[in-house]
Design a protein around this ligand. Structure first.
Ligand SMILES: *[C@@H]1O[C@H](CO)[C@@H](O)[C@H](O)[C@H]1NC(C)=O
Ligand SMILES: *[C@@H]1O[C@H](CO)[C@@H](O)[C@H](O)[C@H]1NC(C)=O
Length: 358
């Protein structure tokens, strides 16, 4: 009798404990999956509670359906982080659309009035190869969110390195290169005042379903304070995209973008990552670091991925030849010239790309 009672008691306690555990687990799990963009932002910035601004949403072409609630309630997944902010892939539930949200840390941005002017300027830029700004939200504590479309195939850096055969197709390499060049041409020559990208790299090229490239982050340094801009420049140097002559972000000009473009072309050709292991180049023989061995070895086949030459598809109107690959390589190297005045400008880059396929 006594033992049976004990057993009941133990079983009862055990099931109560289990139930309690289940409740706690479900509670925390639910909390975790429903972390929304606004929560993520609050938890990353507690310090600025004293600054109170008004909440505001500026809408640009294509962002007509955005509302503040929809943006802040969107379940978000962090897909990138940097000193100055966080990038989210977020599902806006009312319209059931996926958007890219870029949160900028309040301490890293320029003063509010200048920032609004700059954002209005960036928000008006539209081109088939540039990531548009759809909306700009300012929160009560000075937090800033930029809203962009989301691109299904991710960024060019991942595309080049995920080994998918598509990235060795000449037709793809060529059309991506031309697309990036056209986007950059728009920034450099088609606006009232040219915009320097300032941080061109394969991670900042997004690809849609058809591998059409869209340049993101252009002019972003313009909304960052000098310290944050400088940190962006150092990151660009460490990853091998920074032109050797550029020391201060405020001196950024068209030539530094051309240098970065040349590095991206080399990356597309070689499939290699342009990590800069030795940031000081030889004085008499300068090369983007990651191409040095290939060029010094005088082996043409080291300059590009061998799969490219074999990549002619049945539908490729203009087949790849070694001559075309070498012309493209020469254009990339000219763009990466150590002397800014020897680099082609963006119109010349496009002209030379067209020449390659004639
Ligand atoms: C806005 O929403 C309406 C209806 O939900 C839709 O038809 C329209 O295409 C949307 N516009 C944009 C720019 O997303
Ligand atoms: C600029 O941004 C940095 C972070 O990158 C921050 O630490 C600093 O306080 C900001 N303000 C100024 C005036 O530099």
């Amino acid at each position: 009798m006594k033992i049976a009672h004990m057993l009941l008691l133990v079983l009862g306690l055990a099931s109560i404990a289990f139930l309690a555990f289940l409740i706690v687990y479900v509670f925390f799990y639910r909390k975790r999956v429903t972390a929304h963009v606004s929560k993520d932002i609050e938890s990353s910035e507690h310090k600025n509670d004293d600054i109170v601004q008004k909440e505001d949403l500026i809408i640009f072409q294509g962002g007509e359906n955005l509302t503040i609630c929809d943006i802040l309630d969107a379940p978000g997944e962090v897909i990138g982080k940097s000193n100055y902010g966080t990038l989210y892939k977020a599902l806006l539930q009312r319209s059931n659309t996926v958007r890219l949200l870029r949160f900028l840390r309040p301490v890293c941005t320029i003063r509010a009035e200048e920032l609004d002017d700059m954002v209005l300027m960036l928000g008006g830029i539209r081109h088939p190869n540039l990531v548009p700004l759809l909306g700009f939200y300012t929160g009560p504590r000075g937090e800033k969110l930029l809203v962009h479309p989301f691109y299904r195939r991710g960024n060019l850096a991942d595309f080049i390195r995920d080994g998918n055969g598509e990235c060795y197709r000449w037709a793809t390499i060529y059309s991506i290169s031309m697309g990036i060049a056209k986007g950059l041409e728009h920034l450099h020559t088609k606006l009232q005042k040219p915009i320097i990208h300032g941080n061109l790299k394969s991670k900042n090229i997004l690809l849609d379903y058809n591998y059409q490239p869209f340049i993101s982050d252009f002019g972003l340094y313009l909304v960052l304070n000098a310290t944050a801009g400088q940190e962006m420049l150092e990151a660009s140097a460490a990853h091998g995209y920074k032109a050797p002559e550029l020391i201060k972000m405020k001196d950024a000009n068209e030539e530094i973008d051309i240098y970065s473009l040349g590095v991206i072309f080399l990356e597309l050709l070689s499939g290699k990552e342009p990590i800069n292991e030795h940031p000081t180049p030889d004085e008499d023989f300068y090369l983007p670091n990651f191409m040095r061995n290939a060029v010094l070895g005088h082996r043409i086949s080291d300059l590009y991925h061998p799969a490219i030459l074999l990549s002619n598809g049945r539908n490729d109107e203009i087949p790849v030849t070694e001559e075309r690959i070498l012309k493209f390589f020469q254009l990339a190297m000219a763009s990466c010239s150590p002397s800014p005045s020897l680099r082609p400008n963006i119109k010349q880059v496009i002209w030379r790309l067209e020449e390659i396929m004639k």
